[in-house]
Design a protein around this ligand. Structure first.
Ligand code: DGL
Length: 275
């Protein structure tokens, strides 16, 4: 019986989804894969990203995954449909910018979608916007710099603030109702976004929707583990750590210092979840 839920991203952004999944399904077993050899995806060509994603999904299939989550908006936009046709035996769940709920909830105000350049240029996002944005309220802004800051572990700094201030300076933010975090790396910066955008602008991302979809897919296949027959059900980082194996481009992370860094990233994500 296949035991693991595979979750991957180009880097640490996908931990946003892992963190959410662990909160809702603490008794499941996870493989988290950060493709650090190839990060960032968002400024590469489509062909490059397709070949990286193919390699990761093959790895997940070989590692007994009952479902694979592409915890990356960029990789989903470029490769999810193709991977579904290549790997029919395993369900593949993607993440896309939460444009639809944002437009629905903006109360007629404008919606700013922030994403990587590749996501912003992909047909998939353009089509999604066309479908839901009847009143032409949606603007797209590329923020590739945040992926680099995140991978360096630089989450709160004068440079991060200056970068975002400069990028947001062209927008009359008092006319906006929603900010869509359309890249999983961006959740690490919610505190700085919050400081820079007016109070009425609400931040939204696709992580909860993605994990709910994962749960629906597993449930339909009767592949969810029963919490009552698994040992631990409480949210507890120490205990849950044994249920997650972390990989960097296929190499398992066993080094204590790196695992400590991962623990701190979970703590940061937990704090960001409350914003
Ligand atoms: N975290 C990814 C996303 O959601 C991509 C970041 C990157 O590698 O450029 O789009």
């Amino acid at each position: 019986m296949k035991m693991n839920i595979g979750i991957f991203d180009s880097g640490i952004g996908g931990m946003t989804i892992l963190h959410q999944a662990m909160a809702l399904m603490p008794h499941e077993n996870y493989i988290f894969y950060a493709d650090t050899d190839h990060v960032p995806y968002g400024i590469k060509t489509r062909e490059q990203v397709v070949s990286y994603v193919d390699e990761v999904i093959r790895f997940m299939v070989q590692h007994d995954c009952k479902a694979v989550v592409i915890a990356c908006n960029t990789a989903t936009a470029v490769a999810a449909d193709l991977m579904r046709s290549r790997y029919g035996s395993v369900p593949i769940i993607g993440i896309e910018p939460a444009v639809k709920p944002a437009v629905a909830e903006s109360g007629g105000k404008r919606v700013l979608v922030v994403a990587t350049p590749l996501t912003a240029h992909e047909k998939k996002l353009r089509k999604l916007v066309e479908r839901v944005d009847d009143e032409h309220l949606v603007d797209l802004l590329e923020l590739p710099g945040l992926v680099e800051f995140a991978e360096r572990g630089e989450f709160v700094s004068d440079r991060v603030t200056a970068y975002l201030k400069e990028k947001l300076s062209g927008y009359a933010l008092d006319r906006y109702g929603e900010l869509v975090l359309g890249c999983t790396h961006f959740n690490y910066f919610k505190d700085t976004f919050r400081d820079l955008i007016p109070q009425q602008v609400h931040m939204i991302d696709g992580s909860l929707g993605t994990v709910r979809q994962l749960m629906r897919v597993l449930d339909a296949r009767h592949a969810l583990l029963d919490p009552l027959t698994t040992a631990e059900t409480d949210w507890d980082m120490q205990k849950n750590d044994i249920r997650v194996r972390y990989f960097e481009s296929g190499r398992e992370i066993t080094d204590k210092a790196k695992l400590d860094t991962i623990r701190r990233l979970h703590e940061r994500l937990e704090n960001m979840r409350k914003i």
